[in-house]
Ligand binder design. Structure first.
Ligand code: C2E
Ligand code: MG
Ligand code: MG
Length: 554
């Protein structure tokens, strides 16, 4: 503890070495010095006056002082001063006690920094951002300006992290932070709020909403441009873009909604195509709420027995039913029959596709088991669709084994339709497929031609069938490019020893055209729509009882 004693005028009589160390003045230097030197920084002028006043009226003062040492470095002390009266009421002395709290102040600042700033980019974090927003919102009733929150998400950060490692990812994030800071004005806030998510908070935009939107749009466009310039990372160049959601806010808006709405707009920007920006629109909130409700209801759909499989028969050219594709339907309690387009992507995004997918396998197995004793149905293979998310589930192989073995069916009656979108890690995919093949299960490649799978990877896979996507079938008679695609797929399937099926067949002309190209199986509304189980079974019975008339053949 630093101690010094002054005379009644405040001139130092004695000081100890701790006092000299805290203040940076030698003992000699301190003698006869007025204690005012403890308030040398201009910011401390008011504090000095307060201390003088307290000493003359009460004879004591206690409080914190942050000032400069002789060498200019900063110290912080807790100071306690009291007047010591002398006998006979002659002049009194003052005793100053200084507790050095500089070190704990520094660590407090460090703690503050850790709590409010992102350690990688040194940008404010979500907590600090919330503080800033509260401050902006609290000044809004007085001024009529608008603010804007720009929610920024990098479009291809994950691929960099996955292929080049986290160190490269970190470098990119730091550079993104720098570019963002260079793009906005000094008073604006750039924060990092998640892995590759940043928020720019703009205050003091125009009071006119249209003009404020224009200003935010200009800055958003600048940011898109800055972030899409190539990045030089270590020894390689990386291209990245961002999606930005913008929410303009004003007096009366709720803090928690400001970022939520910007986030929703960002998702819309991603949907619209990357490297773009999108403004929040209240309709988005409605559709986000509807989406969340549907997701919740879908979570309960299995439990309430609302899911069903429809069956779309697959024919040979002569009209004989060879197999059927099981297609999921949802009998929604208030919206009626829903097709996959309305709920499969929700199931995929939420992960519900995993349990639903297993339910589909279980149902298909049950159907095959029931059909085994029926001459009209026992030879029909059932195909089911498998989503990428479901196939990648670590438990997929084990659970499929379990379901197929419990049902006791002949595995070769079941076919799994995979899509090109899941062919990223081809060796892993092949390993899983080969394991499943041990059950006798067959594989078809659905929507073929729409993805980017290479011939080299396809020939490695144990596929039985290629399924030409309906988009090519629809256009092959009018578009020469699509004719070539269809011809090539059929020729390729033949040379790889696979069979080939055309889906989405709607006209006789398409069917004849495909036959001439050597297509072996057909599926589409021309022949039959997907049917509920009883109707599908009826159709199969009719076909079994009344073989296709000869005149419809060939
Ligand atoms: P997909 O596997 O390519 O199925 C073919 C889709 O084409 C089905 O739509 C079918 O009803 C429709 N379709 C059949 N013939 C015609 C035709 O002649 N013209 C036209 N325009 N369309 C035809 P659906 O049932 O709406 O299923 C859509 C997609 O949903 C399926 O495409 C599949 O990717 C997915 N899906 C369906 N069921 C399941 C399932 O159980 N699990 C998973 N993961 N996905 C499923
Ligand atoms: Mg399919
Ligand atoms: Mg398909």
């Amino acid at each position: 503890m630093g101690i010094c004693i002054t005379d009644t005028y405040g001139l130092i009589l004695e000081a100890n070495s701790a006092f000299s160390k805290i203040t940076g003045h030698t003992l000699n230097n301190l003698r006869k010095k007025h204690f005012d030197f403890l308030f040398s920084l201009p910011d401390n002028a008011a504090l000095k006056a307060t201390v003088h006043e307290a000493l003359s009226f009460k004879g004591e003062w206690e409080g914190e002082i942050r000032d400069a040492r002789k060498d200019g470095t900063i110290f912080t002390v807790w100071m306690n001063v009291s007047k010591v009266p002398t006998e006979g009421n002659l002049d009194s002395y003052y005793v100053f006690c200084l507790y050095d709290i500089t070190a704990s102040k520094v660590s407090q600042e460090e703690i503050h920094h850790l709590a409010y700033f992102d350690s990688l980019t040194q940008l404010p974090n979500r907590r600090k951002l919330n503080d800033r927003l509260s401050r902006i919102l609290s000044t809004m009733p007085r001024s009529h300006f608008h603010g804007a929150a720009l929610f920024i998400d990098l479009d291809n950060f994950k691929s960099l992290n996955d292929t080049k490692g986290h160190a490269a990812g970190d470098q990119l994030l730091i550079e993104v932070g720098n570019r963002l800071q260079r793009t906005v004005r000094e008073g604006d806030t750039v924060a990092r709020v998640g892995g590759d998510e940043f928020v720019v908070l703009l205050g003091e935009l125009s009071a006119d909403l249209a003009e404020a939107s224009h200003q935010a749009n200009t800055i958003g466009t600048k940011i898109l441009n800055a972030l899409s310039q190539p990045y030089t990372l270590d020894d390689f160049e990386f291209n990245c873009s961002a999606s930005i959601g913008i929410n303009i806010f004003g007096h009366g808006d709720l803090a928690q909604e400001v970022f939520q709405h910007a986030d929703m707009a960002m998702y819309q920007a991603k949907k619209n195509g990357r490297n773009s920006l999108c403004f929040y629109d209240p309709l988005m909130k409605e559709s986000a709420t509807a989406y969340a409700n549907l997701e919740q209801e879908l979570g309960r759909a299995m439990e309430f027995d609302q899911l069903a499989l429809f069956f779309q028969p697959q024919f040979d050219y002569a009209g004989k039913i060879l197999s059927a594709e099981a297609l999921l339907r949802w009998f929604h309690p208030s919206r009626g029959l829903l097709e996959p387009a309305e709920f499969i992507s929700i199931a995929e995004d939420s992960g519900l596709i995993v349990p639903i997918g297993f339910w589909v396998i279980e149902c298909a197995c049950e159907q095959i088991r029931r059909s085994a004793s029926d001459p009209a149905l026992c030879k029909l293979q059932i195909a089911i669709n498998v989503s990428a998310r479901q196939f990648q589930d670590p438990d997929f192989v084990r659970k499929t084994f379990q379901l197929v073995q419990i049902s006791g069916i002949d595995g070769s009656m079941l076919k799994l339709e995979l899509t090109e979108s899941m062919m990223h890690n081809i060796d892993q995919v092949r390993e899983k497929m080969e394991k499943i093949c041990e059950l006798g299960i067959r594989f078809s490649l659905d929507d073929f031609g729409t993805g980017y799978s290479s011939l080299a990877s396809i020939i490695k896979l144990p596929l039985e069938q290629l399924k030409i996507d309906q988009i090519f079938i629809r256009n092959m008679l009018s578009n020469p490019g699509d004719t070539i695609v269809v011809k090539t797929i059929i020729a390729m399937a033949h040379s790889l020893g696979m069979n080939v099926i055309a889906e989405g067949l709607e006209t006789e002309e398409e069917k004849h055209f495909l036959k001439d190209l050597g297509c072996s199986s057909y599926q589409g509304y021309l022949l039959s729509p997907p049917l509920p189980l009883p109707l599908f079974e009826n159709l199969c019975q009719q076909h079994a009882n009344f073989p296709t008339p000869a005149h419809t053949l060939a």
